[in-house]
Design a protein around this ligand. Structure first.
Ligand code: MN3
Length: 200
């Protein structure tokens, strides 16, 4: 029961100029593919091979003897989720229940944006910024390396990859510009709203 490398949900040049076909050719076709291949090789012949990826991630989190399975499995999951959080012509603002919940928990959409930008900009080194639901409350968090909110009792609703490989070919050292473009031009709020509806 190998974890299947998922197809990209759009064409390789669909997110340009923010995420170009060249970025996708490395980030999706090399980095993400390698995490999936490594994960499948590591779990092959172990009981983890029969378990859903999310269960393996939670079961191996914090276990030093399983760090390879955790890192590659969580990175496989994180990247699949990341691609689904974006769409061509994305950005704008959420609507409906999710929009109301963002205002209730952050004060305004602008305050959410500030918190999400700050999480991405202040993640030192490699990691991820997240919008999560925890005990019925929306929160913005950041995690280092492969770490994932599933391991902290949180439901991931949105993520942004802030590893340098996510933006370096287009933005070089300008991570804040990548973050602004991600928020204003790439987020698929209908996907996030769907996740929220399932979790709420
Ligand atoms: Mn990445």
């Amino acid at each position: 029961m190998a974890y299947e490398f998922p197809a990209l949900p759009y064409a390789t040049d669909a997110l340009a100029p923010y995420i170009t076909a060249e970025t996708i050719s490395f980030h999706y076709a090399k980095h993400h593919a390698a995490y999936v291949t490594n994960y499948n090789n590591l779990v092959k012949g172990t009981p983890f091979d029969e378990q859903p990826l999310e269960e393996v991630i939670k079961a191996t989190a914090g276990d030093a003897s399983k760090v390879g399975i955790f890192n590659n499995g969580a990175q496989a999951w994180n990247h699949t989720f990341y691609w689904n959080c974006m769409k061509p012509g994305g950005g704008g603002e959420p609507t409906g229940d999710l929009a109301a919940k963002i205002v209730a928990d952050f004060g305004s959409f602008a305050q959410f944006k500030d918190a999400f930008k700050a999480a991405g900009a202040t993640q030192f080194g490699s990691g991820w910024a997240w919008l999560v639901l925890e005990n019925g409350t929306l929160k913005v968090t950041k995690t280092a390396n492969a770490d994932n909110p599933l391991c902290h009792g949180q439901v991931p609703l949105l993520t942004m990859d802030v590893w340098e490989h996510a933006y370096y070919l287009v933005y070089q050292n300008r991570r804040p510009d990548y973050i602004s473009d991600f928020i204003d031009n790439l987020i698929d709020w209908s996907f996030v709203a769907q996740r929220y509806a399932q979790a709420a």
